[in-house]
Ligand binder design. Structure first.
Ligand SMILES: *[C@@H]1O[C@H](CO)[C@@H](O)[C@H](O)[C@H]1NC(C)=O
Ligand SMILES: *[C@@H]1O[C@H](CO)[C@@H](O)[C@H](O)[C@H]1NC(C)=O
Ligand SMILES: *[C@@H]1O[C@H](CO)[C@@H](O)[C@H](O)[C@H]1NC(C)=O
Ligand SMILES: *[C@@H]1O[C@H](CO)[C@@H](O)[C@H](O)[C@H]1NC(C)=O
Ligand SMILES: *[C@@H]1O[C@H](CO)[C@@H](O)[C@H](O)[C@H]1NC(C)=O
Ligand SMILES: *[C@@H]1O[C@H](CO)[C@@H](O)[C@H](O)[C@H]1NC(C)=O
Ligand SMILES: *[C@@H]1O[C@H](CO)[C@@H](O)[C@H](O)[C@H]1NC(C)=O
Length: 613
């Protein structure tokens, strides 16, 4: 208990603080001295007073050198070194990078390795560039006695609210390119400015598109979307999905575990808000009623559309029991009953409930009626889950030396019954398409590389061609083309028709609301660029966007985008509350190497022609 209350930390600062420091938005960050590298070069001391019980011995022969990383150019101050020493007085100094002096300390004998001391704030602070730095602690042993000091942690403050301990310890690496290529022609100087609006929300699930940034320009005539490999250098092709903290991705809609059914059972509410109540008319009959809400199209979900499976698994029963399921149909009336007899040998049953039964607008319910001569059931679980989707159907609709187009049919499209009709210049027509995949040939393996998928809901996902040496790289940030609808928390447009000229890599997109645009794809060695022109909109151009960026940010290093740079000048953090920002060029990129879809692209949008009609 004495580790913080050590009456006086007997510590002498050899020099007076050179200036009084007050950093504006600082964040206190902790760097442990212990890591696998320092443990391989130093004696590790097991000390209960140390953070995680471990401190690193630093002696004259073995100075301690730690990497310190920061995210963007920031003012960095060392606020504390937490250390202990034993039976000799000791001098030590702390330096940064190529030997910049931070401070020198003299400490008297401590006589207890477990009694940790704090140096307090170091006199010097430095403005550091993003990336990776080195802090070094030297112990000076003038008399040849001291064993050295046991170092626990270093504490920093950095004037960057998005810094975290993983960045500080270089678990997450951040770099910053100075300039982004603004790829549109110089005529963009004459274009009327566009605006981006911050509508993102926070999430803990890496598979949610929580980044929502519409782009507005009432006079837009043509713009480009450019997808290139991330500006950071990483050759890790991580592309697994991460469903931690993503309850909505589970097929289970609700579940109740371990409860008794009898005439005296009380109501149970589960963690997803489903309520189960019991109602009894006689001692050998009990009604089990489960009431629940489901998410549907308004929340961007198919939960309320797709059919489901209701499973009842009993642990024990006293006598054979007949259980009858009825549920609320979409018209509001009760379904006909489906009965199953449960016995000691037959304790589990699954009922199938058809598609389009549930609604997202009102309460849904099921009623189970249990009947038995001697009614007492102990239920293992009662659960409702979505039925499995049938696999998507992929059909090649065009293939040549220059392009390969695949139409994909999805069984339960979230905007059903809306689908796209695809017309090709060769006269062929394909109906009911949910999305298209477009591939271009790549010279180094005689194969094709996917460069674009375009969904019926307007989501367009672009990637540069797969670099030589890899099989494929993942999509990440996407762009919704056209004027979105706002009746859903998931913004969307509705594409009715695509007229595709495959050999010219051109398609005209027709929206359900009457709008249209011409999109030409140019996928080169370094980037895939969509050039969108002849933009025609039928709805209000001032309040509705012409494109919307959707992406993901959970925490630094777990993102599909973390920054947006406007006109190659000002950089904004993707989650900051910057409101509305005007510009002509918007580069959506990551400054920190992401563990999620590491090689998914940076996306730049340039508006280069506007017209006043
Ligand atoms: C310091 O401690 C070491 C053991 O760690 C012991 O051998 C030595 O005699 C001590 N020296 C003094 C001056 O107490
Ligand atoms: C810190 O100590 C080391 C080792 O004694 C010495 O070489 C170095 O010059 C010192 N650095 C500063 C800035 O005092
Ligand atoms: C998955 O996402 C969670 C946040 O929801 C994060 O804590 C975890 O580190 C991620 N896993 C990987 C492997 O990146
Ligand atoms: C169910 O009822 C039995 C008998 O009354 C009781 O022992 C048991 O604890 C109950 N279990 C639950 C989960 O309520
Ligand atoms: C519920 O109402 C619909 C529409 O009126 C009807 O088609 C259906 O048969 C009804 N279901 C039952 C069980 O009566
Ligand atoms: C269940 O048992 C009852 C009588 O015990 C019988 O009338 C009924 O047909 C049985 N139902 C099924 C689905 O087997
Ligand atoms: C495609 O992009 C490349 C590189 O940006 C450019 O040189 C070429 O002219 C473009 N081709 C077309 C048809 O726009």
């Amino acid at each position: 208990m004495c580790r913080y209350s050590t009456a006086m930390v007997r510590l002498t600062l050899t020099l007076i603080y050179s200036l009084l420091i007050s950093l504006e938005v600082t964040k206190a960050l902790i760097l442990p001295a212990y890591n696998l590298r320092s443990a391989s070069n130093h004696k590790v001391m097991a000390l209960s007073g140390a953070t995680d019980g471990k401190a690193v011995l630093v002696s004259q022969e073995q100075p301690l050198s730690l990497n310190v990383c920061i995210r963007k150019q920031s003012m960095v101050r060392l606020d504390d070194v937490r250390f202990s020493n034993y039976n000799y007085s000791t001098f030590f100094n702390v330096t940064f990078n190529s030997g910049e002096w931070m401070g020198t300390f003299y400490v008297r004998p401590g006589m207890d390795w477990n009694r940790f001391k704090n140096t307090g704030i170091f006199p010097h602070r430095y403005t550091l560039e993003p990336g990776w730095h080195v802090i070094k602690i030297y112990v000076m042993d003038y008399f040849g006695y001291t064993e050295g000091i046991a170092v626990d942690t270093l504490q920093f403050s950095v004037d960057d609210p998005w810094m975290d301990n993983d960045i500080l310890s270089c678990k997450t690496i951040c770099t910053e390119k100075n300039r982004f290529p603004v790829r549109s022609p110089s005529s963009s100087e004459n274009a009327l400015p566009s605006g981006i609006e911050q509508r993102s929300f926070s999430t803990k699930c890496a598979e949610v598109d929580n980044i929502d940034i519409p782009l507005y320009n009432a006079h837009v005539d043509s713009f480009t979307i450019t997808a290139s490999l991330p500006q950071y250098k990483s050759f890790s092709n991580r592309r697994e999905e991460n469903t931690t903290n993503c309850p909505h991705l589970s097929p289970e809609l609700w579940r109740f575990d371990n409860f008794n059914v009898s005439s005296s059972s009380a109501e149970i509410i589960n963690n997803k808000g489903a309520r189960m109540s019991f109602y009894s008319t006689s001692s050998n009959e009990v009604y089990i009623i489960v009431r629940f809400f489901l998410e549907g199209q308004k929340k961007g979900s198919v939960d309320a559309k797709i059919g489901s499976l209701l499973t009842l698994h009993l642990k024990t029963l006293t006598a054979p029991t007949m259980i009858k399921l009825r549920y609320k149909e979409k018209w509001g009336n009760l379904s006909l009953p489906i009965t199953h007899n449960f016995t000691h040998q037959n304790l589990q049953f699954t009922w199938t409930i058809p598609d389009f039964t549930w609604t997202e607008d009102s309460l849904n319910y099921i009623i189970l009626t249990a009947e038995s001569e001697n009614l007492a059931l102990l239920v293992n679980h009662l659960r409702l889950e979505k039925r499995a989707f049938k696999p998507e159907k992929h059909v090649t609709i065009y293939k040549s030396d220059d392009v390969h187009i695949v139409a994909v049919y999805v069984e339960m499209w979230w905007l059903a019954p809306d689908r796209m009709t695809v017309y090709l210049t060769n006269g062929q027509t394909y109906e009911d398409v949910a999305y298209l995949q477009i591939y271009r040939p790549i010279p180094w393996n005689n194969g094709y590389s996917q460069v674009l998928v375009l969904y019926q809901d307007g989501n367009a996902r672009f990637i540069p061609v797969t670099p030589e040496g890899l099989d494929w790289i993942p999509f990440g940030t996407s762009v919704i083309l056209g004027q979105t609808y706002s009746d859903s928390i998931r913004p969307y447009t509705s594409i009715k028709q695509l007229n595709i000229d495959p050999e010219r890599w051109t398609m005209r997109i027709f929206f359900k609301d009457g709008g249209s645009m011409l999109m030409k794809i140019n996928s080169t060695y370094s980037e895939t660029q969509a050039h969108v022109s002849e933009v025609f909109f039928t709805r209000d151009r001032y309040t509705l966007p012409f494109a919307t960026v959707r992406s993901m940010y959970v925490s630094e290093g777990n993102t599909d985008v973390d920054s947006v740079k406007v006109d190659d000048k000002e950089t904004y953090h993707i989650m900051d509350q910057w409101g509305y920002v005007q510009g002509r060029s918007f580069a959506f990129y990551r400054s920190c190497i992401s563990r999620h879809l590491t090689l998914s692209p940076d996306i730049q949008i340039d508006v280069f022609k506007t017209k006043i009609s």
